[in-house]
Design a protein around this ligand. Sequence first.
Ligand code: ADP
Length: 324
Amino acid sequence: MSEFAVDLADVRKTYGRKVRALQGVSIQVRSGEIFGLLGPNGAGKSTLVKVMMTIVRPDCLRGTVLNRAIGDPVALERIGYLPEHHRFPTYLTGRQVVEFSAAMSNVDRRTRKQRAGELLDRVGMGDWKDRPLGSYSKGMRQRTGLAAALVNDPQLVVLDEPTDGVDPVGRREIRDLLIGIRDEGRTVLLNSHLLSEIESVCARVAIMVQGRLVSQGTIDELTASSRRYEIVVEGSPPAWCDGAATVQPIPPGQLLGAGVTGSASRLIFLGLDAIGAQPILDRLRAENRTIVAVQTVRESLEDLFMRAVTDPNTGLIYRPGAER
Ligand code: ADP
């Protein structure tokens, strides 16, 4: 048994002759984790999910989902899927939608009736389950869709923009629900363009841009190279900051720079840890400097994302449809 719930390699899809939606994407989602698939609109995220769900036929594909070939009916029955922009007839009630989804996944009649009620309560739709979809807000439809995605007791839950149209309170509730789903031992593949959502729940992330995967790993791993150590001292920067590369005890290249913020100065070091910082702190104390703060800082997911979607040559943001 592989440790991966999703293990895909070299997925390619061209729509028509020109739109190269996926250009050799490989992703691995570990069993039991919440994995975030990130990317600007048009990056190919939904296409990748649709390939996994056999809604879109790829040009090329290797790999497995739940240790079975893509399209294997046993694996598909164990996946819960919330598509982007899902639509059901507006005269159906929330309960009917969830029961219908259960029937599509071969859940028996008694179980689906019981689970539909329980799940609609769980997503906060308890008072609305017998009212028609036409009377629901966008957020309520998303919650109902989530209940429908969970009704077959899935091992893998694939959610395409689950918080689309959901207000901040609802988003928080959905986030807590995702954590609950993971704690039950399920794997979650979350497709979202909301960075804060991904940052708060995902163990690992993949960033896609224009049909390609540009990075994949834990947020810690992806931001490791940007990790900096900052020492804030009162007053202007010490004189030795100017010629840092030649001044001991700072090894050459480690001091990135110094800036003045109000009445304090911020000394920024790269590749330094707490032990390496001690001689610098000793030196500052010997110079009677007041040390205001010592902290590790690193890129946020937003910084990482912006770097991934910016063309390093032109400084322009990649846009959907543009050739790369
Ligand atoms: P994302 O989910 O990241 O926004 P999509 O997978 O929806 O990206 O789209 C990737 C690219 O494929 C886009 O350029 C989009 O316009 C195109 N595309 C998606 N679906 C179709 C389709 N059915 N026919 C033609 N082009 C499509």
